[in-house]
Design a protein around this ligand. Structure first.
Ligand SMILES: [Fe+2]
Length: 486
């Protein structure tokens, strides 16, 4: 379940940077540094973030089918104007797949997209300022030469949006031609060279990014920083629409020195912790309940008392307090948790998983059967009756104050229960329509006049009892009080 963060493949990065394979070229230090020029963001910065946002764009989550294209390792350092590496800089890249399409919902060239390409990735630099991505050589689309987009945000919030080009590519490009200075052009048009001995013909490009930022400011560089745009999101959909009394995810840099989930012993007398390892979150100066911390993501439960409207969010740790980020909070903003590839997080009343076979690593799962009742999980489904106690473990299931309506494939599906079953976690028991043919169907819920804001799907398949998976362990990462009564 992606809610636990996106850091699952960090070992990929650690293994590569430990080898130093791609960090040896440091030609930038031999000459006076040229500031990397800003370039337009373009229309295709993801409007829906992929669940997997790591630095390996070639593979999505635990998918084993790689993207199509020429594997290209993109590496370099984020440097200050005096050449000092910048620690805790976040570099985001996004680029076209082999078909020339972006993961943006309106970025599919000729309506086609390589569904195995992640299309977007993030990396946070360590003290050496180095970054690394595995991507593909970007595809061509009309009007541009091949390019990769990048946005670098350094502690304190300063950012640079730019693009990386391929030396030797011909063609006119009105974006690239906007860079008049020859040295600045050269700083973004880089050689993509074949890696000697690579059996698959992989390429390597080294690209240092020089920020208009001076060394003395680095003293404050370890202060936590939230991403100013979309740095605080709905905890299930990771999009806009944070709701009070529900899970939110905070994105930034230097947020915490460690990565972990709260421990059972940190929940004392049923009270949820408001800080982990000295890392806390303030929403309009009220403490939020902190469930997960990492350098780049925090998951927290927003206090009930934060009512609708514009609020200020900050993160505090041993190095200080971040600059505030302004976020719109609402009382009700329903969203479903999901496993991977937009499949809704669902189980059967007996605890077995409802998902396509093989989707969940190491866990047996089976699609939903027409007519069976399944259990969905989400956050942001609004007030309960009676009200939940703020910051407390939920000890008895609390029904939603408003009825939840669920539609599967545009058909109303009978909801037999909807309520809060764990802090900020809502459970909805719903009957899968009996007449559905095998397939993937969108699931939409509505509560208090508000609809779920992100596409999720449910796989439905007729099957025999023998095909059903055995009862397995509870959902990872969720301490659930499961409501099984009709
Ligand atoms: Fe582009």
């Amino acid at each position: 379940m992606h809610f636990q963060s996106t850091a699952s493949r960090r070992h990929f990065l650690a293994a590569m940077s430990a080898g130093g394979l791609f960090f040896t070229e440091r030609g930038a230090f031999a000459q006076a540094l040229t500031l990397t020029p800003a370039q337009t963001e373009g229309p295709y910065y993801p409007n829906v973030m992929p669940v997997d946002r790591d630095n390996d764009l070639l593979l999505l989550n635990d998918n084993i089918t790689p993207a199509v294209g020429t594997v290209s390792w993109i590496s370099g350092s984020i440097l200050s104007r005096t050449g000092s590496p910048i620690r805790n800089a976040v570099i985001e890249i996004w680029g076209a797949d082999n078909l020339g399409s972006y993961i943006h919902t309106s970025g599919a060239l000729n309506g086609q997209r390589d569904s195995n390409y992640q299309g977007y990735g993030r990396f946070e630099t360590a003290s050496n300022g180095a970054y690394l991505f595995r991507a593909i050589k970007p595809g061509l689309y009309p009007g541009r030469v091949r390019h990769v987009h990048a946005k670098i945000t350094i502690p304190g919030g300063q950012s640079l949006t730019t693009q990386l080009y391929i030396e030797g590519e011909t063609g006119t490009d009105s974006v690239l031609s906007g860079i008049r200075d020859a040295a600045q052009r050269a700083s973004v048009i880089r050689p993509w060279t074949a890696i000697a001995g690579s059996p698959i013909g992989a390429l390597s490009v080294n690209w240092d990014v020089v920020m208009d930022y001076t060394a003395p400011e680095i003293a404050a560089a370890t202060r936590p920083a939230l991403i100013s745009m979309a740095g605080v999101t709905h905890g299930a959909t990771l999009r806009a629409g944070a709701a009070s009394g529900s899970w939110v995810a905070l994105h930034g840099s230097a947020l915490a020195a460690t990565a972990r989930t709260w421990r059972a012993d940190e929940i004392v007398d049923g009270n949820l912790p408001t800080s982990l390892d000295g890392v806390s979150v303030q929403i309009n100066n009220q403490p939020a309940y902190v469930q997960y911390i990492s350098p780049t993501q925090i998951n927290a439960l927003a206090p009930e008392a934060v009512t609708g409207g514009t609020v200020q969010v900050t993160v505090t740790n041993a190095n200080g307090t971040s600059a505030p980020v302004t976020v719109e909070f609402v009382r009700t903003s329903p969203g479903f948790f999901q496993y991977a590839e937009e499949h809704i997080a669902a189980v059967r009343p007996d605890g077995s998983y409802v998902a396509p076979e093989g989707l969940l690593e190491g866990v047996a799962a089976a699609p939903a059967r027409p007519g069976e009742t399944i259990v969905l999980y989400g956050t942001g489904f609004g007030p309960t009756s009676p009200a939940a106690s703020p910051g407390k473990v939920v000890t008895s299931a609390l029904r939603t104050a408003s009825d939840v309506r669920v539609r599967i494939h545009n058909q109303d599906a009978a909801v037999s229960y909807s309520g809060l079953v764990s802090a900020g976690l809502y459970q909805i028991n719903v009957a899968v329509p009996a007449d559905l043919a095998d397939g993937d169907y969108p699931v939409v819920a509505e509560v208090g006049g508000v609809r779920t804001g992100k596409f999720v799907k449910l796989r439905v398949q007729r099957q025999t009892t023998a095909q059903l998976p055995a009862i397995t362990r509870p959902l990872p990462g969720l301490n659930i009080l499961r409501h099984t009564a009709a």
